[in-house]
Design a protein around this ligand. Sequence first.
Ligand SMILES: C[S@@+](CC[C@H](N)C(=O)[O-])C[C@H]1O[C@@H](n2cnc3c(N)ncnc32)[C@H](O)[C@@H]1O
Length: 243
Amino acid sequence: MTTYLDAVTSLGKGSLHPGGFFHTLNVLRQIDLSDEDIVLDIGCGTGRTACHIAKNSGAFVFALDNSEEMLQKATYRASQEGVQVQYVLCDAGDTPFRNKVIDLILVESVLIFLPAISILRECNRILKKNGILICVEMCASKSLPKIAREQIQAACNLPHIPSFEEWLILFQNTGFAPVKVQRNNFPGLLDNIKNILYPDPYQVVSRGTGSSREVNNVMQKYMQLIQIYKKYLGYGTFLMKKL
Ligand SMILES: C[S@@+](CC[C@H](N)C(=O)[O-])C[C@H]1O[C@@H](n2cnc3c(N)ncnc32)[C@H](O)[C@@H]1O
């Protein structure tokens, strides 16, 4: 069976998170990075954010994912862009980094698929004191009907769809304090229009991961559900500091 993550891996687009690349650019404008900083993109997918940071800041960039296929696409992107990103194949909850070594961690649409608390504990372990954690994750209002919640969770294999407030509590319970947080509409029409200005030049579509019909069915089902229930859905931008 082709899962949602299989489908997006197969399609190989960059910026597979709410708000897309345009949103990432806006968030990154709020961060100062120097060549002394170490950045880690967790669940980097095809590496668009990681490559952008490597190209536009002096920071050293690590990016990890547990999918070999994603990392192959990310490696191709880095070679096309002529940038150095150190890719790591590992689980987000069990990284090879020592304690307190990272200055900035990005997590864009990854926690929602996982037991978020264990990933956040790992982020806390490897971030330096006062290090920054940026997360972009889908959220749902508490009034999302039960049937809709079940359908969306089943379509994307999500353990839970937290509300914006639940995400905040989760960050606070794992040792992070808010610097700037924002709730956004999802899918935002304006986001979609703005992202047309940033097409991904290095998208690589796989052959062989499920049939293309299965991949299309999975994506269509997801899009339909998001459209039907969009008034209950949103995404949070969480810029947090490790205490
Ligand atoms: C929706 S995609 C987002 C990719 C990327 N952050 C972006 O915004 O384009 C989720 C990513 O998380 C990765 N992922 C899922 N579970 C993971 C895990 N346990 N450890 C590391 N990466 C994981 C998937 O392989 C996928 O690349």
